[in-house]
Design a protein around this ligand. Structure first.
Ligand code: ZN
Length: 176
């Protein structure tokens, strides 16, 4: 049985009890979570997200890349339009995890092989130290003129061994 058939079966079961047709487009928690694409760290599971709770952006390492900055800027723009004169809160949660594949991208040999063989530059997503890269990602957000300063950012590391998350940066407005 292919993976797609398994997934189709699961979706049939999901659709049978579906009651999310009227969920509003703005997430209930008014939050965007940036997380790694690793199959073991799905925020829906580890943070118990329900449908409609939060926007989740996932990539290699859960890093703030130029593409992620564009996505957040576009989302913030739409949210502001919907809020009108009274802009509500907008939270950004950065979530990295131990034993991340992006740590392998820090290997200079892997980095140069990817660049030479595939033309892929992973230098911006490589992780050598989770705390440092989370602080670096917040700095990337602060330096991006298209990201509004009222967005509140926080940063966490998920521990693959315990299943718990640890706060690295407490919630703070980007402008502060
Ligand atoms: Zn990862």
């Amino acid at each position: 049985m292919s993976s797609m058939n398994i997934l189709l079966d699961r979706n049939r079961a999901f659709a049978e009890n579906f009651d999310g047709a009227d969920l509003p487009i703005l997430p209930k928690m008014r939050s965007v979570i940036v997380a790694c694409g690793d199959s073991r760290v799905d925020p829906a599971h580890i943070l118990g997200l329900e449908l409609g709770d939060a926007v989740v952006i996932r990539n290699n390492g859960g890093r703030v890349t130029p593409a992620v900055i564009d996505e957040i800027a576009a989302l913030a723009f739409i949210v502001k339009q919907m809020d009108g004169d009274e802009p509500g809160p907008f939270e950004l949660i950065l979530l990295q995890h131990t034993q991340c594949g992006a740590e392998r991208f820090a290997d200079p040999g892997v980095q140069s092989a990817l660049k030479e063989q595939l033309g892929v530059d992973v230098s911006q997503v490589a992780i050598t130290n989770h705390e440092a890269s989370l602080h670096g990602d917040i700095e990337r957000l602060r330096m991006a003129p298209e990201i509004p300063g009222y967005i509140v950012v926080s940063a966490f590391i998920y521990d693959m061994k315990s299943g718990g998350i640890r706060e690295v940066v407490a919630p703070i407005a980007l402008a502060d």
